[in-house]
Ligand binder design. Structure first.
Ligand SMILES: [Zn+2]
Ligand SMILES: [Zn+2]
Length: 366
């Protein structure tokens, strides 16, 4: 099969012919239809997030089940499926408490070592040397995925487009539902309306937010945000974004501020846009060990809840996300503005790096 391989920091992603992986007990082999182009992969490409190389990146996929190994009962060959980037082990301290987003096995085995949960990657080069897997290594024609992370795709939606449910939309959903706990009638501000941020807008509307303010530095991204449900937009390059949000919210700030960029200055801005007693939720992964300066007395005196949110609680949240998509309450197609072929994967990440991608780009196989 073909896979886009990252051999060294800085890239490029080169498509190589590698052996088709084999699923082991409890795993599913998925013929990948599409894989989303996410900033977290780009952090790995740039060396801002440490990961073993050579590796195959790509962590939000849709596809068709090709083969199931022993111990898999939920899906069968030819099922159309979606897989999320957090692949819960189901057995660790956090998984048994329903906190799939914190799965210890996933972090220890996959995010640090690039393997699945028996400590081995399913991918090798033609010469037999191992290739690390970032999540299920979706930038390839086939991917092995733990069965706990394989969900039926909504039947009536274009299968390729549903891949973005597996990171961009589920991350937005986890933040809005579990950490921000957005309530009907509230005002939500989303700072950074790229792949995840633009979907936080639509999810916030699903949860009943009356006003959703989109903040970004590009007018074309803000225009796209309006189409996804933003009621007001703020161009942060045209004057202090905190002051602009304050004036749109009667001087009080938003009930919820979601930061979807992972930059110290935007984390601080989101915190400063949050009203007294409100919630600031950070979902952007930052480069390396970046830190942000939060005004302690403001945090304390104003009773602001500041939290991070990583993905979602996969086994409970993904079925809800999939139902919302099936009913059309979350639009999977509108956020997708660019489609690349696997051979063009490197160009896709280059465009993302230049900030050119509105919403989400996806890589479609074949
Ligand atoms: Zn992602
Ligand atoms: Zn676990």
């Amino acid at each position: 099969m073909k896979a886009a391989v990252l051999s060294e920091i800085g890239g490029p992603l080169v498509v190589e012919e590698v052996p088709r992986p084999q699923p082991r007990n409890g795993e599913v082999l998925v013929k990948v239809t599409a894989c989303g182009v996410c900033h977290t992969d780009l952090h790995v490409v740039k060396g801002e997030v440490k990961f073993p190389l050579p590796a195959v990146l790509g962590h939000e996929i849709s596809g068709v089940v090709e083969e199931v190994a022993s111990g898999v009962s939920g899906v069968k060959p030819r099922d159309r499926v979606v897989c999320s980037f957090v692949m819960p082990c189901g057995f660790c301290y956090y998984c048994i408490r329903g906190r799939d987003d914190l799965c210890e096995t996933f972090f220890a085995m996959n995010r640090l070592r690039g393997t699945l949960y028996d400590g081995e990657s399913r991918l090798r080069r033609a010469d037999g040397s191992p290739l690390a897997m970032y999540s299920m290594a979706g930038l390839a024609e086939y991917a092995v995925v733990p069965a706990s992370d394989v969900f039926p795709a909504p039947a009536d939606l274009p299968l390729a487009d549903t891949c973005i449910l597996g990171c961009a939309i589920m991350t937005a959903y986890g933040a809005v539902k579990n950490q921000a706990q957005v309530l009907p009638g509230e005002t939500v501000v989303v700072v950074g309306v790229g792949g995840v941020g633009s979907n936080a807008i639509q999810v916030a509307r699903v949860f009943g937010a009356t006003e959703v303010i989109a903040v970004d530095v590009r007018d074309d991204k803000l225009e796209a945000a309006r189409k996804l449900g933003a009621t007001q937009v703020v161009n942060a390059s045209k004057g202090d974004p905190v002051a602009q949000v304050m004036s749109l919210t009667g001087g009080r700030g938003a009930d919820v501020a979601i930061e979807a960029l992972g930059r110290p200055e935007t984390v601080v801005n989101a915190f400063m846009m949050t009203r007294d007693g409100g919630r600031t939720v950070v979902i952007g992964i930052a480069a390396g060990q970046a830190t942000a300066g939060i005004e302690v007395t403001r945090l304390v005196r104003r009773g602001i809840r500041l939290s991070g949110s990583y993905g979602c609680r996969v086994r409970t949240d993904m079925p809800e996300v999939l139902r919302l998509a099936a009913k059309g309450q979350i639009d999977v197609s509108q956020p997708i503005t660019r489609r690349y072929r696997l051979a063009e994967a490197d160009q896709a990440y280059a465009a993302l790096s230049r900030g050119e991608v509105i919403g989400r780009a996806i890589v479609v196989m074949e």
